[in-house]
Design a protein around this ligand. Structure first.
Ligand SMILES: Cc1cc2nc3c(=O)[nH]c(=O)nc-3n(C[C@H](O)[C@H](O)[C@H](O)COP(=O)(O)O)c2cc1C
Length: 363
């Protein structure tokens, strides 16, 4: 099989310059194993995963594949419990929705809001994945040094040149340049996220020129033509999220898959309603209500905990109304293929595109 090897492929010991985005709530052992076995970099979105379950996932993966894999954590600070009044206001705005779905209305949203970060890092040091990537922030240099000391490579998500330089100064091995097209959470941590909405085309080129590290392009990449495009911009790999959501191995609900597949072009938008931080997903009833009359929001990820029962009920009922239907802007181009076939197709398309461009050259 033809393929392309970049320096980053050699550093990470992967066959193809393709990274399956680590997606909290969507990446299963089956998906990661299939991607790794196909020669791309598979990875777990472990942001909300307890350390023991992280270890279990790593064990289950290693029983299926001895290939390198990645783990991703969120690095945003976890807030203390919001004031009672703020909680009551946020709950009251959704009271009718809880009642309509036959769910108990929460009295308050108590901690814990996220797994213990220090224990997650200990789990990483036990698991020793090939790669740890950080989203929504950075971590203390001592923490990164500890992870690095057990042989784990580090990647950081940047949505601006400033964030990319910040990660370079922290000594990471590569940068993930996340363009505004990307599905899921904006990784922004040094700016107001809505102020840095640079698209993948502009961002990748800017970051490639600004730092001396390999760059992985993310956002709006669904096929090999787009992979060839970001390689042309100087990226050393492409990270695809939405494209892998439609694989049968992914963990998302059928209603989420249908929402992506039935988009007519780009029907996504950025919203804070599901987690408190901006995320890109398919428009639905709740997002449009928030656009007409904004909900009082709790800080990230407390809002996520408040919304969790509504999201689960929506998936259970096969309704898109409360679905956190994360998707990138190019989601309508995603294909319903098994992960192994998707990786192969992406590699073939990338090579075909490069050959096609080459054929345009006039000697
Ligand atoms: C369902 C979903 C969940 C995501 N969860 C995470 C996550 O946990 N960590 C992370 O670094 N990025 C996450 N992302 C963002 C991806 O890493 C990546 O930036 C994005 O998928 C690229 O855009 P695309 O969806 O157009 O391919 C998520 C994306 C989606 C679609």
């Amino acid at each position: 099989m033809r393929t392309l090897q970049t320096d980053l492929c050699r550093m990470l010991q992967i066959d193809h310059p393709i990274v399956q985005a680590p997606m909290a709530g969507a990446t299963t052992v089956e998906l990661v194993a299939a991607v790794c076995e196909a020669g791309a970099l598979g990875g777990f979105g472990h942001a909300y995963t307890e350390p023991d379950s992280m270890r279990e996932d790593a064990g289950a993966l290693r029983a299926r594949s001895s290939r390198p894999f990645a783990v991703n954590l969120f690095a945003a600070p976890t807030p203390i419990e919001p004031p009672e009044e703020q909680q009551q206001e946020a709950i009251a705005a959704l009271r009718g929705d809880f009642e309509r779905l036959g769910l108990p209305v929460p009295a308050r949203i108590p901690p814990a809001y996220a797994p213990d970060r220090a224990q997650q890092i200990e789990a990483i040091c036990d698991m020793r994945p090939a790669v740890l990537t950080l989203h929504l922030g950075d971590m203390a240099p001592e923490t990164l040094a500890r992870v690095r000391s057990v042989g784990v490579r580090l990647g950081g998500s940047a949505t601006s040149v400033r964030e990319a330089r910040h990660f370079e100064a922290l000594g990471v091995d590569f940068i993930i340049a996340q363009g505004a097209e990307a599905g899921g959470h904006r990784g922004t941590f040094l700016h107001v996220p809505e102020h840095v909405m640079t698209g993948t085309l502009a961002l990748v080129r800017q970051i490639v020129q600004a730092v001396h590290l390999p760059v992985v392009a993310a956002g709006g990449i669904m096929d090999g033509t787009a992979i060839a495009a970001v390689l042309a911009l100087g990226a050393q790999a492409a990270q695809l999220g939405t494209a892998f959501l439609l694989c049968p191995e992914s963990g998302v609900s059928e209603v989420h898959r249908q929402a992506i597949m039935h988009m007519d072009g780009d029907e996504t938008t950025l919203t804070r309603v599901f987690s408190g931080k901006p995320t890109r997903g398919v428009r639905n009833m709740l997002i449009e209500r928030d656009e007409r009359a904004p909900f009082p929001l709790l800080p990230f990820p407390v809002q996520q905990k408040l919304m969790a029962p509504l999201r689960a009920a929506s998936a259970r009922d096969g309704s898109p109304d409360y679905l956190a239907g994360w998707s990138g802007q190019a989601g309508s181009l995603a294909r319903r293929l098994p992960a192994r076939d998707l990786v192969r197709t992406l590699v073939e398309e990338t090579c075909d595109t490069i050959a096609r461009l080459h054929s345009f050259m006039v000697p």
